[in-house]
Ligand binder design. Structure first.
Ligand code: FMN
Length: 152
């Protein structure tokens, strides 16, 4: 399997997690790319690569800064994502209660609307918890890989 790991961030937490997921995947897979969403063209989403999105929440349940250009480009292009499979890992803080972890859901909704299929559990990290984001994400990853292999 080939992997593209995408992150949307404002203060770097999602980037760290995406880089750690990328490093873990490279232990067992040859072709793993990690991109900031602001440097990634939605037209590059392809069924040939399994996509993992790591995205935080800012404002009031909004996308973080680096995900905004991607969302705008996505809405302008509305790419056909039929056959694209992806996993989502959202960052947030339960301190914000009703907007908890909604940033990543803006990306998830767009992918689903365009026909992509989410695989595995929806990963989440709560900044109010004592857990390190990368620890949570690295525990989440094997379940995603298992689900991805089962549905190839
Ligand atoms: C100004 C600000 C607004 C935030 N708003 C929300 C929010 O509405 N909902 C939420 O779940 N988390 C919110 N957060 C928490 C961040 O999503 C969380 O700290 C995350 O780990 C940041 O990841 P990043 O460094 O990749 O951007 C906010 C954080 C800041 C600083």
């Amino acid at each position: 399997m080939k992997f593209t790991v995408l992150y949307g961030t404002e203060s770097g937490n999602s980037e760290l997690i995406a880089e750690d997921l990328g490093a873990k995947l490279r232990e067992t897979h040859d072709d793993v790319e990690v991109f900031d969403l602001q440097n990634f063209d939605p037209a590059e989403l392809t069924p040939e690569r399994f996509t993992i999105v790591v995205c935080s929440t800012h404002g009031e349940g909004d996308l973080p800064n680096t995900a905004i250009p991607f969302a705008e480009a996505f809405d302008a292009a509305l790419p056909d994502l039929t056959g694209v499979r992806y996993a989502m890992f959202g960052l947030g803080d339960t301190f914000y209660e009703e907007t908890y972890s909604q940033g990543s859901e803006h990306i998830d909704r767009r992918f689903a609307q365009q026909g992509a299929e989410r695989v595995g559990d929806y990963g989440r990290h709560d900044a109010s918890s004592w857990d390190m984001g990368s620890d949570v994400a690295l525990e989440w990853l094997p379940g995603v890989l298992e689900a991805a292999s089962a549905t190839v």
